[in-house]
Ligand binder design. Structure first.
Ligand code: BGC
Length: 347
């Protein structure tokens, strides 16, 4: 069958590969792949800086943002032929560590977790894939192809859950939220923030085009320079991973502010900062800065909820380009108005 393959550790190795049918050990639910989304992690995989193949294999099937349709599922699995399904990315480490043992593989403590399409497991970018029902997320039929956004949205539902957990260390009633970066993650963060009723401000470099339109359509404020921010943010969701932006935003936070780092930039980059002045500000204001990655199973269910609560027309505009599997490497070449690019696994 056809699949999106790379050779981990080798740059520019993205190919339309011919691979064996998915092995039974991947799980009892057999799925026809419909769509897979491309994100920054895939670009890193393709650059050869990141990623590991299944043990004994030098090729990796990539694709961790998935949507498929069930072809075969055993009785009692909770799935039936024809159901839409998305796959969970991470698997707990075999030991397991205390976090993995309680289903919080996203907080794995020993780094021995595996990830579909990223680390030691083939991904979902194939005409067919298998998954264990426990790691399969039911996608309501009404979401249709928008179900491909479940995985990126799961990272955001985790992000907001963790902001709440950190925020509740003291009095907590966030009002003003700053989001930096209007890519898929920043836009989904803004969408959830608006669903929660916050006053939302989104910073990005793009002066015009789809990004400001999508932000304004949410009822949020769009800015291209932090000096335009009219409020003191209670919460910052930082999705650019750019050191200077992180530094500038951390300084802006109000007392008991919370800043969640969710983006990584390819780097390496260095900036000159007055770190002692920043430390003073963070300390005297009780500011918390923390990072999040990946998602546990509950965050995927929450992701389905936030996508169902969203305007489907708005979500459809996030997917700016659909590339056929036959030509999938062209999904890796960034075009100016790209937000989320997906690969159509049936084409
Ligand atoms: C995925 C996460 C994954 C991370 C690092 C991200 O793009 O959304 O699930 O843990 O990459 O591998």
């Amino acid at each position: 069958m056809r699949a999106m393959t790379v050779t981990p550790g080798k740059a520019d190795s993205a190919r339309l590969g011919e691979v064996a049918e998915p092995p039974a050990e991947d799980g009892s639910v057999l799925v026809e792949g419909l769509f897979t989304g491309i994100c920054g992690t895939d670009l890193e995989l393709v650059s050869g800086h990141f990623g590991t193949g299944r043990p004994g294999h030098d090729q990796l099937v990539i694709g961790h943002e998935s949507l498929g349709r069930v072809l075969e599922a055993p009785a009692g699995s909770g799935f039936a032929t024809g159901d839409l399904v998305a796959g969970v990315v991470r698997r707990p480490d075999p030991e397991p560590c205390p976090a993995c043992a309680r289903g919080e593989w996203d907080f794995c403590r020993n780094g021995r977790y595996t990830e579909r399409g990223i680390k030691e497991m083939d991904g979902y970018g194939a005409e067919r894939w298998r998954v264990d029902p426990y790691f399969a997320v039911p996608v309501p039929a009404e979401l249709g192809s928008l179900g491909v956004l479940v995985e990126p949205a799961s990272v955001l539902t985790k992000c907001w859950e963790q902001i709440d957990v950190v925020g509740r260390r003291s009095w907590y009633g966030p009002e003003h939220v700053l989001i930096t970066g209007a890519g898929p993650i920043g836009l989904l963060a803004a969408m959830v923030a608006r669903q929660r009723g916050y006053d939302v401000h989104v910073l990005d470099r793009m002066r015009d085009g789809l990004k400001p339109e999508l932000v304004r359509a949410l009822g949020a404020n769009y800015l291209t320079d932090l000096s335009e921010l009219p409020v003191v943010p209670d919460v910052v969701v930082e999705a650019t991973g750019v050191g200077q932006v992180v530094f500038d935003c951390a300084k802006l936070l109000g007392p008991a502010g919370v800043m969640c780092l969710i983006g990584i930039s390819p780097g390496p980059a260095s900036i000159d900062v007055q770190l002692d002045a920043l430390i003073r500000q963070l300390v005297v204001r009780n500011v918390a800065v923390f990072g999040v990655v990946n998602a546990a199973k509950r965050h995927y269910a929450d992701a389905v909820d936030v996508l169902q609560a969203a305007d489907p027309a708005w979500l459809r505009r996030l997917i700016t380009r659909t590339v056929p599997l036959s030509d999938w490497p062209s999904a890796l070449v960034r075009e100016p108005d790209d937000i989320k690019v997906v690969v159509d696994l049936l084409a």
